[in-house]
Design a protein. Structure first.
Lengths: 159, 142
């Protein structure tokens, strides 16, 4: 656990969506190291190495966070707000993947600095295609900062 | 997603602009492409100033970094601190692979960063991937 390298941190409470996302990402060889957390508090504990993840190596940040919005304990927008406020996590790529298509959620997500907002398709095949596209785009096309943990502690961009 | 979407392409290199236009014109999304050659013009376009009073609000900005007058990072800094503009997704699309440019762009609020491939075929597929991801899969703010 301490030294685990994570490509994608999946923050999701629906077991069906977890199973399908994992199956797709593995089948497409997009991510071998996927870590699943089931609520907003566990996501923050994982990323900030607190609570049950106090022994986790903070050098190993995920390359992508896939974040649901309606989550137990702390909701997705609150998780995003906390990540963007902290220098260590402010530049981590976060993609919201949610069933909500409400315009106010889309606007709040972008306003809080999400990298992109994706509505979960209800259809099984479209869901698979969406997860595959997200994986390809964010792990292979997009370039992300190296060494999050060693970069200087700049002031985060304030919303 | 409104159709057709508007893309603001901020780039001073005519060859790159031509290639990008060619790829976008061939796609199924039929985007309206607006090109400005530097950061000053980009800000004027986004704030509908000067000759841009009738400009569309872009659904996506593709932003080069090294440009005359005002560079891409200055544009990012201005747009991402402007409450009226900050929700517009900005894809940095530049020749630079330097980690300091990548990191600084994210610190300034870039939504994503794609290095322009040197090879023609890879350049085409990079533009296709950007367009397909943002217009085919993403929910964009209005």
């Amino acid at each position: 656990m301490n030294d685990i390298e994570v490509d994608i941190l999946l923050v999701e409470d629906s077991q069906d969506d977890i199973d399908l996302a994992l199956h797709t990402l593995r089948r497409e060889n997009l991510a071998n190291h996927i870590f699943v957390v089931h609520d907003g508090q566990e996501a923050l504990d994982f990323l900030f190495c607190s609570g049950p993840y106090a022994d986790r190596n903070a050098e190993h940040m995920p390359k992508l966070i896939l974040l649901d919005l309606k989550l137990p304990k702390i909701d997705g927008l609150d998780v995003l707000r906390q990540l963007r406020a902290h220098p260590r996590t402010s530049t981590l790529p976060v993609v919201i993947m949610t069933s909500s298509k409400e315009e106010k959620d889309v606007a709040s997500g972008y306003n809080l600095g999400v990298n992109s907002y994706i509505q979960k398709p209800v259809d099984f095949e479209q869901f698979r295609q969406t997860v595959k596209t997200i994986g390809l785009y964010w792990l292979l096309i997009n370039q992300r900062p190296q060494n999050h943990s060693t970069k200087k502690l700049a002031e985060p961009v304030k919303p | 997603m409104k159709e057709p979407p508007d893309i603001l392409l901020v780039d001073d290199n005519p060859a790159d602009v031509g290639l990008t236009r060619e790829v976008l014109a061939a796609s199924t999304h039929h985007s309206n492409i607006h090109n400005v050659p530097d950061g000053e013009e980009a800000i004027a376009f986004l704030r509908r100033r000067g000759k841009y009073t009738e400009a569309a609000r872009p659904d996506l900005v593709m932003l080069d970094l090294n440009m005359p007058r005002k560079g891409g990072q200055a544009v990012l800094a201005e747009v991402k601190t402007d409450p009226g503009l900050r929700t517009i997704p900005i894809v940095v699309f530049t020749t630079s692979h330097a980690d300091k440019d990548i990191t600084h762009s994210y610190e300034l609020g870039a939504n994503c960063y794609v290095s322009k491939p040197g090879n023609l075929g890879d350049y085409f597929s990079a533009v296709q991937s950007i367009e397909e991801f943002w217009f085919g899969f993403t929910s964009l703010p209005h």
